[in-house]
Design a protein around this ligand. Structure first.
Ligand SMILES: NC(=O)c1ccc[n+]([C@@H]2O[C@H](COP(=O)([O-])OP(=O)(O)OC[C@H]3O[C@@H](n4cnc5c(N)ncnc54)[C@H](O)[C@@H]3O)[C@@H](O)[C@H]2O)c1
Length: 439
């Protein structure tokens, strides 16, 4: 199939590369000329395991193309994905300006019947807005071209995006007509050969499914964080409680790890957008609003654990931070707990030495006004440190050399925002070990 993908960010690039890998001819467009130039030179602007190989191979095979010219892709595509950003607006709503700009230029430039697919995460009713915007542009051209709008929310996880797209748990498609649904079914057939995971539905339900999924996952995280905070108060250990409840199949072990709050490009903005959608329809989503406020509070927990140990005034103290990205296997810093923590440490007079395997470049952008000593490896970050705070559970932090750590550090305080170790084990290495949800 001839496919156009508009927006070559995390989602657009993964979608384009995976469709190309399955033998389609995919043309990717972006307004960011620098990004498109980099992609043509084989430079992948994000860190996502396996993506560089897939992009380079398909680009060299000419099954994947990059351009800034939307007209060129519309003239040869039969199906066009909109995969541009939907950032959080000032009022918490999803800002649709990029999506609607794309819809407008589709209407201005399309030359034959097209199926337009909303891949971006968009509020319920957006497909109608996309349809109206395209139709308006066509009317202005006095064109009677036809098109269909389909919703196909994306469920990939950064860090495992290729695997998730190639082997999806489900493919959700919302369409109002059978021919578009059939086209989408055929397009996704290679990804669901062993087990048909294609779930067709109406457009509004598909749009809502994405928000419901992210709200559910965010709820699990805020739930266990709240339980962790109660555990600390009552002298229980959340690590036991987590395994105790996870063994119940109705609850399950996934997404009930206590931590320093969820971040990333999706949960914070999508939870906020869902609250906004509900409010706009006269409904007060009490549970989902609490999920959001529990998360905001959780992002302060590591700093309060630090000051409890070292005092409120951190002048003269050096704090080592391991991990900066919002989760492992990505360089994405959006809404990462590390941002607020580092800002708080510096505001309290402390110095920060930080190491992350992939996200230092991004962190320098997100913390551009803050002085941070970025280090090339995890042990250098520990030099003269009074405490270590682990934020992101990259694999290389799982079995560190504790003797080497001790030889570098000033004070042996280890605050673990991901509860990676057993207390007895770390204490046997001579560290004071502070976890989340353990008093
Ligand atoms: N990142 C994720 O893990 C993830 C997962 C599922 C869904 N989503 C959703 O997918 C959408 C895209 O997210 P992302 O993380 O890929 O965003 P991103 O910011 O990484 O990429 C968006 C790209 O769109 C480009 N763009 C903006 N306006 C354009 C235009 N008019 N024409 C062409 N290109 C344009 C930008 O330059 C950018 O490269 C969002 O709605 C997001 O919520 C993201």
């Amino acid at each position: 199939m001839n496919i156009g993908v508009i927006g070559s960010g995390y989602v657009g690039l993964v979608v384009a590369a995976c469709f190309a890998e399955m033998g389609n001819s995919v043309k990717c467009v972006d307004i960011d000329e620098f990004k498109i130039q980099q992609l043509k030179e084989g430079i992948i602007p994000i860190y996502e395991p396996g993506l560089d190989i897939l992009v380079k191979e398909n680009y060299n095979k000419e099954t994947l193309h990059f351009t800034t010219d939307i007209e060129a892709i519309l003239s040869v595509s039969e199906i066009v994905f909109i995969a541009v950003g939907t950032p959080m607006g000032k009022d918490g709503s999803a800002d649709l300006k990029f999506v609607l700009q794309v819809a407008k230029s589709i209407g201005e430039n399309m030359q034959h019947h097209l199926v337009i697919v909303d891949k971006s995460t968009v509020p319920v009713g957006t497909a109608d807005k996309v349809r109206e915007t395209i139709q308006k542009s066509l009317n202005e051209r006095n064109s009677n071209l036809t098109f269909d709008v389909v919703s196909n929310p994306e469920f990939l996880k950064e860090g495992a995006a290729i695997k998730d797209f190639m082997h999806p748990d489900r493919v959700v498609v919302g369409a109002n007509d059978e021919s578009s649904m059939e086209l989408m079914r055929n397009l996704y057939a290679p990804f669901t050969v062993s087990n048909d995971r294609f779930i067709g539905m109406d457009i509004r339900s598909a749009e809502m499914t994405k928000y419901a999924a992210n709200a559910m996952l965010a709820t699990k995280i805020s739930f266990i964080n709240e339980i962790a905070n109660i555990c600390e108060k009552v002298g229980a250990d959340v690590n036991y409680v987590r395994t105790g409840i996870g063994s119940d199949k109705r609850i399950g072990y996934q997404f009930i790890y206590p931590g320093c709050g969820y971040g990333g490009s999706c949960f914070p903005k999508d939870v906020q957008a869902l609250i906004n959608i509900a409010n706009n329809h006269g409904y007060n989503p009490k549970l989902i609003s609490s999920v959001e406020s529990v998360n905001k509070a959780q992002k302060k927990v590591l700093f309060s654990k630090l000051t409890k140990q070292l005092g409120e005034d951190l002048n003269g103290k050096t704090i080592a931070v391991w991990g900066l990205s919002f989760k492992p296997e990505t360089d994405d810093m959006r809404e990462s707990a590390s941002i607020e923590l580092i800002q708080s440490i510096v505001k309290a007079g402390g110095k920060v030495s930080a190491y992350d395997p992939k996200a230092i470049h991004e962190a320098q952008f997100y913390l551009k006004d803050i002085e941070v000593n970025y280090c090339n490896d995890k042990y250098t970050a520990l030099e003269a440190a009074d405490a270590l705070i682990l934020i992101t559970e990259w694999k290389e932090f799982r079995s560190p050399d504790f003797d080497l750590m001790q030889s570098k550090m000033n004070g042996y305080l280890f605050i673990d925002g991901r509860n990676q170790f057993k207390t007895d084990f770390i204490e046997s290495k001579g560290f004071k070990y502070v976890q989340i949800g353990v008093s």
